[in-house]
Write a protein that binds this ligand. Structure first.
Ligand SMILES: [Zn+2]
Length: 348
């Protein structure tokens, strides 16, 4: 039984690969192929896994329904044997290891125990300690110890692996919700479309999302208002600055845009607004530019030596949206003064 077993490595990599698929495009076919091929394909994708490991760290979102059976009673050292990619568990989860009472415990003594705090000097105190314990539990959740040889068990079907059970699993757990169709807007740059797509999937590295991935952040508070936790709904819709900007947009376009608290509500209103399709497209382009500008403003607040000024952000949105939208609609007449008066009427 080498390393906290190649089996552990395999199941962890399988999870990481599934996560990577979800983070990239939520494509079902490669995942289905992966599950159909089962563990045999895992070694072949080792190189790919290493890249995803580097990119996504220890975040785990999807659990592949394989149970790993550790043979020979799990007599190896839990913390000191090679785990994933030759890295030991004590290296992967140092905060938990520091709390461990019996640092020479065996795999069998730690797999599937229900009360982890009882084998730690004290309970984890939130932050990295709790995150690392959660991640460790996630890695070993599907592992059990047996006196027989190492093996795998498909937990969704007692008769063994089946494509139908794999497909049901993917539909229920892996594919993202129905709100995933791409809204590709030609009047704004590709980078902004991609940004909006990530915003809708809640894949932007907000402070809350970084914290969910186990990355230590000094504070979760919104860098703009420093009052509320920074998630996408707050930053782009509920923060005071965002609400001011949405109000300015409504006034500029002479529209009664209601207060929206997330991007779904915004698109829901936009798609049913009583405006022409062309005006709707321009309005969406300006709003996308505004969201893009809020993100850049927030990044400048955190990373720039010179702090940006709130007073300048609206003018920059008006100017930037004019440049993008007018340059991408050569058949329409856009005049700057008309744009300033009311942008969704300028094409008439
Ligand atoms: Zn805020």
């Amino acid at each position: 039984m080498g390393g906290v077993l190649a089996s552990l490595e395999s199941i962890f990599e399988l999870k990481m690969f599934c996560l990577a698929l979800q983070n990239d495009l939520a494509v079902s076919v490669p995942l289905l192929i992966l599950i159909v091929c089962g563990v045999n394909v895992i070694k072949e994708i080792h190189g790919m896994m290493t890249r995803y490991w580097d990119q996504y760290g220890l975040g785990i979102a999807i659990i592949a329904p394989w149970n790993c059976i550790l043979g020979m009673g799990g007599i190896d050292s839990f913390w000191n044997e090679d785990g994933v990619g030759g890295v030991t568990f004590k290296e992967m989860f140092p905060r938990v290891y520091a709390l461990e009472v019996n640092k020479s415990c065996t795999v069998a003594q730690r797999i599937n125990i229900e009360d982890w705090p009882s084998v730690l000097r004290r309970s984890p105190r939130g932050g990295a300690e709790s995150n690392q314990l959660d991640e460790l539990l996630e890695v070993i959740r599907h592992v059990s110890v047996s006196a027989s040889v190492d093996g795998w068990k498909w937990e969704l079907d007692i008769s063994g692996f089946s494509v139908s059970s794999a497909r049901s699993y993917i539909d229920e757990h892996t594919l993202l919700g129905s709100f995933t169709s791409t809204r590709w807007l030609r009047c704004i740059p590709i980078k902004v479309n991609v940004f909006i797509w990530k915003l809708r999937l809640d894949k932007l590295p907000t402070l809350v999302n970084l914290d969910k991935k186990g990355i230590d952040v000094s504070s979760l508070l919104c860098p703009v208002c420093k009052v509320h936790v920074e998630n996408v709904d707050h930053l782009f819709f509920l923060c005071g600055m965002a609400q001011d900007l949405w109000g300015l947009l409504a006034r500029w376009c002479a529209l009664d845009i209601p207060e929206v608290s997330n991007i779904m509500e915004w698109y829901s209103w936009l798609d049913t607004a009583h405006v022409s399709n062309h005006a709707r497209s321009i309005l969406e382009g300006i709003a996308s530019t505004m969201l893009w500008s809020i993100w850049n403003f927030r990044n400048a607040l955190i990373f720039s030596m010179t702090k940006p000024k709130k007073a300048n952000i609206w003018d920059s949105i008006v100017h930037q949206s004019f440049l993008w939208i007018s340059s991408r609609n050569p058949k329409c007449r856009f005049r700057w003064l008309d744009w300033l008066r009311n942008p969704i009427e300028t094409h008439l």
